[in-house]
Write a protein that binds this ligand. Structure first.
Ligand code: GLA
Length: 393
């Protein structure tokens, strides 16, 4: 099914359920080329929004009811704006968290009707949750003419995830969802929130995601744990260097001074983050010089760090990276996102993608008995309003 067909299906379902015409929004998933677990350490990230999309059909209501249909799950949820509380269905929480943030910020708005669905695989580390959060925030802002600026939308979506869903994520996913731009990766300084776009236009190279199909169930608890470990490192370093606020402020030499004082696991977490920030800056230089070989080599090193020092990989991710990282047709290969499952991101020469994908799937099946899924992906725009015709799809 092509994307417009999918959007039409969502729209048609909306018309069927609510008997009125909705506004339609598209909200993308994301990749991250390099800069993993650096956002909440106030470092740099290099994500892009992609052509895996969540569609939202939505219209304002006159009363306070929120009526929401999850198309892919065939599930309905309803509540009043007066009574926003955590649902044990889980999926509504990504939306309710945003509604709550809109209320906290003092916005005046009514209830709404909404149908959402799309093709961002869930649990694959492509940020389907941020697509829901930031996508709904963007849509509510439009349909109720609230005039909220884009950065505030990003922050509200992030807080929805932190405070309502309970994952203490950084700002990367929600930010790129709103600020993504076709053909470009975005370097975000997570401290100043300054952004710079870098064209990623290598005609002969594809961005290929390989999904382990391991759903990252450890991710929430281990993710929050990593954050705590980084803070612990900062706390100890701060005793001698009071100006240090985040790992962003720590050099490797400084960290090494503390090695004897730090628990080995804390030392390794901090070392990874410091090195990853350096790698990202080098990677952007390589990108400016169109030097994809150096860029890819840095991605490979990121994987090493994530696997051995940050310890957020798993055997399936390591296996996929191991079989590709020395292939001459592959520039770079690494696990992507929070970790413990989800996808690897690979830069592969276009003419070799088919053969390599088949080989990898074959080996993965033999090893783990599971069909790894392969997505050749394109960089697309961040969340926006879209036109979807009325004809049946
Ligand atoms: C998840 C979080 C992000 C970021 C990545 C790791 O995707 O939502 O904020 O921390 O993990 O880089």
């Amino acid at each position: 099914m092509n994307d417009l067909d999918l959007a039409k299906k969502i729209k048609n379902k909306f018309v069927q359920l609510f008997n009125e015409s909705p506004s339609m929004f598209r909200s993308p998933g994301r990749i991250n080329l390099i800069g993993e677990h650096t956002d909440y350490n106030m470092g740099y990230v290099l994500p892009a929004s992609i052509d895996k999309i969540l569609y939202l059909a939505i219209s304002p209501r006159k009363d306070l009811q929120c009526k929401i249909f999850a198309y892919d799950m065939d599930d309905f949820f309803e509540c009043s704006l007066d009574e926003i509380k955590k649902s044990n269905k889980h999926w509504p929480n990504f939306l309710l968290g945003v509604v709550e943030q809109f209320k906290i910020a003092g916005n005046k708005f009514n209830g709404f009707n909404c149908v959402f669905g799309g093709n961002i695989p869930i649990g694959a580390g492509l940020s389907s949750s941020a697509a829901l959060e930031a996508g709904l925030g963007f849509a509510l802002n439009q349909i109720f003419n609230l005039n909220i600026d884009s950065l505030s939308l990003v922050k509200m979506a992030q807080r929805a995830e932190n405070e309502f869903v309970g994952v203490n994520c950084g700002i990367m996913d929600q930010y790129i969802n709103i600020f993504g731009k076709t053909g470009n990766v975005l370097r975000l300084d997570c401290r100043s929130l300054e952004r710079e776009y870098f064209p990623f236009d290598f005609r002969n190279v594809s961005i290929v995601l390989i999904d382990t199909k391991v759903s990252h169930s450890l991710a929430h608890s281990e993710y929050n744990q990593r954050r705590k470990e980084c803070s612990k490192g900062v706390q100890i370093i701060k005793e001698r260097y009071p100006e240090v606020e985040n790992l962003r402020d720590v050099s490797i030499n400084m960290l090494n001074e503390f090695q004897p004082k730090l628990k080995n696991s804390i030392y390794k977490r901090c070392k990874y983050v410091i090195e990853e920030n350096e790698r990202l800056l080098e990677a952007c230089d390589a990108l400016t010089k169109k030097d994809l070989k150096s860029f890819g080599a840095l991605m490979n090193r990121t994987h090493e760090g994530l696997s051995k020092d940050y310890e957020v990989s798993c055997k399936e991710l390591d296996f996929l990276v191991d079989i590709l990282k020395d292939n001459p047709k592959v520039y770079g290969s690494r696990m992507m996102g929070g970790g413990f499952g989800g996808c690897t991101i690979n830069l592969i020469e276009k003419d070799a993608v088919k053969k390599i994908s088949e080989e990898v799937q074959d080996k993965y099946k033999k090893k783990f008995g599971v069909e790894a899924k392969v997505y050749e992906t394109q960089i697309s725009d961040g969340t926006n309003l879209m036109e979807v015709g009325d004809e049946a799809g």
